[in-house]
Design a protein around this ligand. Sequence first.
Ligand code: HEM
Length: 528
Amino acid sequence: MFWSVVLLLGSAVAAGFVVVFLRLLNWAWLRPRRLDRALRAQGLKGTTYRFVYGDGARMEQLRKEREAKPLPDLTHDIIPRIAPLFQEAMREYGKMSFVWLGTHPAVTIMDPDLVKEVLSTKFGHFQKHKPDSLSRVVVTGLLLHEGEKWANHRRIINPAFHTEKLKCMLPAFSECCDELIERWEKLFVAGGSGDGDGEVSLHREVDVWPEFQTFTGDAISRTAFGSSFEEGRRIFQLQNELGEIVVDVAQRVHLPGYRYLPTKTNKRMDKILAEIDVLMRGMIEQREEAIRKGGSRNTDLLALLLESNLKESAEQGGSETAMTTEDVIGECRLFYFAGHETTAVLLTWTLVALSMHPAWQAQAREEVLRVFGRSKPDYSGLSRLKIVTMVIYEVLRLYPPATMIARETYKEMKLGDVTYPPGVELILPIVFIHHDPEFWGPDAGEFNPERFAEGISKASRVPGAFIPFSGGPRVCIGQNFAMLEAKLCLARILQHFSFELSPSYAHAPYNVLTLHPQYGAPIIMQRL
Ligand code: HEM
């Protein structure tokens, strides 16, 4: 009897091991081999799969090599530095080829028609890659959701970003610009404190990268939380710290499930999340109360979102689709994550590009002064700024803040001539599409805002080759918000300063979630 129990238990354990082993074998070897065969059988070429890590080691090696030094000159040809592995693969195997991101093949989709198809296919077909537990600390809200949940949230949040609402946010952006200009003006007073003895210097060096991070952080705090600006600012600091921790951990630790270990870093992240939760709940409760009593005149994003949500739950059956407090917190945290750094990156590369191309800087300034003189820009004037808009588009083309986005097949899907099995990542390489001479002509690598003179649709040789904000139903919800903020800020800077690159500037775009300047962006400002 005893031995039969032991035998039975032993067989169960052995069977368990066999199941786990087979699963692991399938995940680490059989499935990647199957996917590899399925792609090659349809004419696609790519790198050879390497056990578990795929091209991870090569990617890391290239990344370290390229990031060890800045670009040799002030070129806009930034791809070799920011996406060397994909560039290598495309050169060797063709534009539509694949590399291995761990155990997943990642196919680059360069054809704008196919990109459009991926982005506009109904949800449930090409989905986003599910973020791991670490990424979920910062990737929240709309960016995370799929299916019905995404559709409900998007419907509720959309009205907050309508043009009429954005117009009301202009004073908040304007206040943030005032602070930025004032900070820079103060630097011109000798000693930098602004309360010195009045001795004035003509030139000052400013690292505009941290400056724009502060500016866009303040802009989100004011526009999202208006009257609760101070709490908003605190949330921004906490979100920033979270972002820095996540980037740091992601670069150092490659351990699945790391987020669940009781490490010092994980505890700090939990503490930050708890503090954000308390602050946001307090704000949300106050606001909901004010809206119910009919006393809310707030036009900030939080109020607009809560109003739209309360309307949703008041409508028949709407209570099932309305957002919970957790959902609202997730969406507000996303505004910081998605809207702060992207816009800071855009403004930074704009100042760098206009320093490299002083003739365009002069043209843009001339336009701003013609439209506004020295007065503060208003909404209708901003929408008439043609050169400034062309300049910003050209910067978004050459330096897209989000350099690539990705989708994944969750079931067999046909795209173009290829039928993709489930488990294939489709990389939509925005920066490659934006730099491709086939779509933009022989001057694709040059800074030439003129190409946007007749609008986006006429700028490229094929439609759909300009996608800095993505496209389709999941297009960036904040694109008009970001454009308004960037135009206003640039106009104010052009009114007050002329600028050029500092001799200490090193041209080194690199990818950490968005396209950062690796050594900052020191610029010499001259007061006008
Ligand atoms: C220059 C500035 C910006 C750029 C280049 C940019 C770019 C993008 C891109 C490429 C996506 C698509 C991501 C994907 O599908 O994987 C996206 C989505 C999103 N962006 Fe932006 N963004 C910018 C500013 C903003 C701002 C200011 C906000 C909010 C205040 C914002 C909020 C969002 C949200 C919520 C999504 C998710 C939309 C959805 O899935 O329905 N973004 N953005």
